[in-house]
Design a protein around this ligand. Sequence first.
Ligand code: SF4
Length: 86
Amino acid sequence: MRRSPDSEGRIGTGPARRRGSPMRIEVDRNRCEGHAMCEAVAPEFFSVDDEGELTVKAEEVPEPDKAAVHAAVLSCPVTALKLSSR
Ligand code: SF4
């Protein structure tokens, strides 16, 4: 049986179809150096104290916030952040 692509040209029910699935923030604490770029980009999700200790305020990222958190992940100079879907 052949399926028709949806309005965005996708076929099937695999991971690419699960647009609404929540993403999670993962931190590699061994890499984090407290630069606070993540906090500057997405302060709703990241906070860095005076000692450079990072706190992730919310590990689960709602769909409307994905772009901001993705930008924060990319801003980290030591690639300590990752967005994963699990
Ligand atoms: S930008 Fe990277 S190194 Fe800096 S606090 Fe955030 S996660 Fe840590």
